[in-house]
Write a protein that binds this ligand. Structure first.
Ligand SMILES: [Zn+2]
Length: 287
């Protein structure tokens, strides 16, 4: 088995950023994580090793405009990356509604050295074609950074999926051909809309982070073999899909079992598990 990159982890429970109990409760409340407690980094690393995960996209979460604070701040993401620089790849988040959003993003790239931007339009209740989002992507183009877009249904509190329909991201993806975009959750339940964008736009990617219901093996089969044509992944989307778990809603090793059960060709698995993520990051030549 070759090494794997997990392109979708919310480090909400990572102990080094859970020291303040009030802040931890606020975060869990915002992200709809119930009955969960902080997890030590050593245990997390063991869980990742079970699926041979050697690289992790850590996604920040900032919808602070109406809540006064972000659920997972860019500083917290940067602190985690500093602890495990060989394992963690940090994604900044900014709330496009904040007047200082552009400044915050520039700072995340220059001072905090984060690898990309993550936006949750469902939670910020902004349509993907909002000009504030375009301005942030202009900064990503300038700094050559990829963008992770939460798409499809979002399980978080106060988040509405009409702001995250995959097809509504098309103008953004088309406007910045130099920027790589990842539609998360394959845009579930609108997976065919997502597939359409992946086929049309070279800079459009998606990750496999599916919802946690029905069991990963069943759900991966339903999405990638029934909702999509049986051979779409191997014939048309092999260069565009990236493995992602959406941990902590589902443990990475369980999500990986769903992907494994598709029994894709080894060269296609290699792309989904690692190569596509490296290209998405612009790190193709990295060993
Ligand atoms: Zn997620």
């Amino acid at each position: 088995m070759s090494m794997v990159i997990d392109t979708h982890i919310h480090p909400a429970l990572f102990a080094p950023i859970c020291e303040d109990p009030a802040r931890f409760r606020f975060r869990c409340d915002e992200m709809n994580y119930h009955l969960m407690s902080p997890v030590d980094l050593d245990l997390l690393k063991k869980q990742l090793a079970l699926a041979d995960i050697r690289g992790v996209f850590l996604l920040g979460e900032d919808c602070s405009y109406d809540k006064g604070q972000s659920a997972i701040s860019n500083e917290e993401i940067a602190r985690l990356v500093e602890l495990e620089p060989g394992l963690f790849i940090g994604f900044a988040s900014v709330d496009p509604r904040c007047p200082d959003a552009e400044e915050t993003l520039r700072r995340a790239f220059t001072e905090l050295k984060l690898a990309g931007l993550c936006l949750n339009t469902a939670k910020c209740r902004l349509y993907p074609y909002d000009e504030r989002i375009f301005r942030l992507c202009e900064i990503c183009r300038e700094y050559k950074k990829p963008v992770v877009l939460h798409s499809g249904l979002c399980l978080e509190r106060d988040a509405f999926s009409r702001y995250a329909r995959p097809a509504d991201f098309e103008e953004l993806i088309a406007a910045f051909p130099q920027v790589n975009f990842c539609l998360t959750h394959v845009g579930w339940p609108w997976v065919q809309e997502t597939a359409a964008l992946l086929i049309k736009y070279p800079n459009a990617y998606a990750n496999t982070a599916l919802m946690n219901f029905d069991g990963p093996v069943q759900l991966y089969h339903k999405v990638f073999k029934e909702d999509m044509g049986e051979y779409w992944v191997e014939h048309n989307l092999a260069d565009k899909l990236m493995f992602g778990s959406d941990s902590p809603r589902i443990r990475p090793v369980r999500a990986k079992r769903g992907l494994d059960a598709l029994k894709l060709r080894p060269d296609v698995m290699e792309k989904l598990c690692r190569k596509n993520a490296l290209r998405f990051l612009g790190r193709e030549d990295q060993p």
